[in-house]
Design a protein around this ligand. Structure first.
Ligand SMILES: [Fe+2]
Ligand SMILES: [Fe+2]
Length: 322
């Protein structure tokens, strides 16, 4: 079961490294890039500490896959290995690690983001586990349509002020969109661990994803309202003022960052503040579908999807034996 989260952490590390090269801090801990000053400045509009947060999140993901793979090997199991799939182009803008151009696992330039987590954690009447058919409203509806880049693809992308801010805002919403996934995945998988040690690993890594999510959901609320059209693709995006009609109120107000309670297990029980969803059936396949639909793997080969599908199927087949 751990091979699937190990592979996901390799994928997470791959895209966080791309963010760190351009908008984080390149040092002895997480290096390779040299920073893109214009992109970094646009990201810092959300918070002046964004660069260090990007760096630290990147560092965390690298340690997650290193640890999980080392643990698998220590138990005589094969580690997750995605090296043969490092084939995607990535950005060629100033600041990237030029040695990794054309050697990325993930694609940050064609994202379609589901930002409904924003309202899912503020709605005290619905829980996706109890209401699988309920549609939680999107925070940034236009990110859910079309393909959006979260990094400058080339230096030309940094030349348009509004578009560059839209790229930085897209990253600002991509961060929590990803991290809320891990925040649900680990407690969901943990319910099927038979080994107490594997359970301990899952419930020890999972809350760090929650810490990432909480930080990023706070910062996303600082994304300035802006509308822009991608000069390359013609796709438009609008970041609304989430504090004004038709947004605003408990569902959208940007300083309401603590999770609202929601129904849990049964509506006959009182509402409670929890991680949601945490249903365990099919969770690995669900996570893979979520990331695929996001466009994170656009350009990847059939062999890549077959490999990831196999790991997800194995994880979903794990049964807790008491
Ligand atoms: Fe992680
Ligand atoms: Fe994470």
């Amino acid at each position: 079961m751990l091979r699937f989260p190990a592979a996901l952490e390799i994928l997470e590390a791959d895209f966080w490294i791309q963010y760190n090269e351009l908008g984080g801090i390149n040092d002895g801990e997480v290096g390779g890039g040299s920073g893109n000053a214009l992109y970094t400045k646009a990201i810092q509009v959300l918070d002046e500490d964004m660069a260090v947060y990007i760096h630290d999140n990147t560092d965390d993901e690298i340690t997650h896959h290193n640890f999980l793979n080392a643990y698998l090997v220590s138990q005589g199991a094969d580690p997750a290995n995605l090296d043969s799939f490092r084939t995607l182009m990535g950005s060629t803008a100033t600041g990237v690690n030029t040695a990794l151009i054309g050697k990325r696992l993930t694609n940050l330039t064609q994202l379609t983001l589901d930002t409904s987590w924003w309202t899912r954690y503020r709605d005290d009447n619905h829980n996706p586990d109890l209401d699988p058919a309920f549609t939680f409203p999107q925070a940034v509806p236009s990110l859910a349509i079309g393909e959006h880049t979260a990094i400058p693809r080339t230096d030309a992308d940094t030349k348009h002020k509004a578009f560059l801010q839209a790229i930085a805002n897209t990253a600002g919403f991509h961060f929590p969109t990803i991290e809320q996934g891990g925040n649900s995945l680990y407690p969901s998988l943990a319910q099927r661990a038979s080994s107490v040690e594997v359970l301990r690993i899952l419930i020890s890594i999972g809350p760090t994803e929650t810490m990432h999510f909480q930080t990023w959901s706070d910062k996303a609320g600082n994304a300035p309202p802006v509308s822009a059209v991608d000069p390359v693709t013609g796709v438009s995006v609008t970041f609304p003022d989430l504090n004004s009609p038709p947004f605003g109120g408990e569902l959208f107000q940007t300083n309401l960052i603590m999770p609202e309670p929601c129904p849990f297990l049964s509506r006959s029980l009182p509402i409670v503040s929890i991680i949601r969803p945490t249903k365990t059936e099919g969770v690995a396949n669900g996570a893979l579908t979520f990331l695929t639909d996001m466009g994170l793997f656009k350009g990847q080969s059939g062999a890549f999807f077959a490999y990831m599908q196999g790991l997800a199927n194995d994880a979903d087949a794990a049964v807790r034996v008491c």
